[in-house]
Design a protein around this ligand. Structure first.
Ligand SMILES: Cc1cc2nc3c(=O)[nH]c(=O)nc-3n(C[C@H](O)[C@H](O)[C@H](O)COP(=O)(O)O)c2cc1C
Length: 181
């Protein structure tokens, strides 16, 4: 099973990205978790470019096309994102805007992880956006990790037995939802 993990943070030492890297490490051999690394390369969403590329696919920016390929190849997607000013980071919302029309999230199983006890506005906003895009958000596959510190590494996260357990449990629930069809 292929799972694409998307962090909403571009910060090199991001706790959200570290949490997703930890998820890659604890994943069982039956699940491959890949970290999407293209958020920074996506251009600002432009509906004119999107419309023009329907007639001429060569007009679609390569990074956007690659994002679509990565999403279509994934059986499920995991998000972990910080909150900026009570909303989603612009780079993450921008990425989602590019795939509203192309429909990669329609019916896609999605899990939302939280690397802190905060960020409830951003998570509610992400849930709303994914729901209107017809994604199937798996509530049982959510992982809220309230004990992490902002400077933790992926290996430090994995070493926390309770957090590691909640990540493997979330992966199991997400995989079970995919298998249930
Ligand atoms: C511009 C900016 C705005 C922020 N706004 C919020 C906020 O509204 N609510 C919140 O809980 N944290 C807010 N934060 C804190 C970040 O969510 C927090 O630092 C988070 O750990 C960053 O995630 P990262 O380590 O994955 O980059 C803000 C941080 C920045 C830089």
């Amino acid at each position: 099973m292929q799972i694409l993990a998307i962090s909403g943070s571009l910060r090199a030492a991001s706790i959200n990205t570290a949490l997703l890297r930890a998820t890659m490490i604890v994943a069982p051999s039956s699940i491959t978790v890949s970290l999407y690394a293209g958020l920074r390369s996506l251009p600002p969403f432009d509906p004119d470019v999107e419309m023009a590329s329907i007639d001429d696919p060569s007009l679609m920016p390569a990074s956007v096309a690659a994002f679509g390929v990565a999403l279509r190849a994934a059986d499920a997607v995991i998000f972990s994102t910080p909150e900026y000013a009570h909303g989603l980071p612009g780079v993450l919302k921008n990425a989602l805007d590019w795939v509203v029309g192309s429909g990669e999230f329609v019916g896609k199983r999605v899990a939302i992880f939280n690397a802190s006890a905060y960020g409830t506005f951003a998570h509610a906003s992400l849930l709303e956006t994914l729901t209107v895009m017809s994604a199937r958000v798996v509530a049982d596959a959510a992982a809220t990790c309230t004990t992490l510190h902002r400077s933790m590494t992926d290996m430090e996260i994995v070493a926390d037995v309770l957090v590691a357990h909640s990540l493997t449990r979330a992966l199991d629930m997400l995989a079970a939802s995919v298998r249930a069809g």
